[in-house]
Design a protein around this ligand. Structure first.
Ligand SMILES: [Zn+2]
Length: 123
């Protein structure tokens, strides 16, 4: 098996409902996102998928979140835009965009709220 990883960033604001602590107030993060995909079948160039393609797909998904108040995005109307839920959201969006690459499976997405704290979603 092979695993590929790409990382990218976005800046956005959020607040958490039903949470007691500083994150209940509106504030922003420079979020780091790590996407990991896997597969065993390499193409004729001996690569799983071009890094450029992976980066482009991740960028497309993150552009929709960049410089937004995440709580106002329809997906997060009724659930908190926590790192956990953001990782889940990005995972499903990327999975959808990778559906034309049957040899590539999304393994996990990690969303880092700070350099030291991140949440991972996988299925
Ligand atoms: Zn926060």
């Amino acid at each position: 098996m092979f695993k590929l990883k790409v990382q990218d960033y976005f800046s956005a604001a959020h607040y958490l409902k039903n949470y007691e602590g500083p994150c209940e107030n509106l504030h922003g993060h420079n979020w780091k996102v790590e996407l990991v995909v896997e597969g065993s079948q390499l193409n004729s160039s001996d690569i799983l998928i071009d890094f450029k393609t992976l980066k482009k797909i991740l960028k497309e998904v993150l552009t929709e979140l960049d410089h937004k108040l995440l709580n106002e995005i329809s997906h997060f109307k009724n659930i908190n835009p926590s790192s956990e839920r953001l990782a889940e959201y990005i995972f499903k969006k990327v999975k959808n965009k990778l559906s034309s690459y049957p040899n590539v499976k999304v393994k996990e997405v990690t969303v880092f709220e700070t350099e030291k704290s991140g949440a991972t979603y996988y299925e």
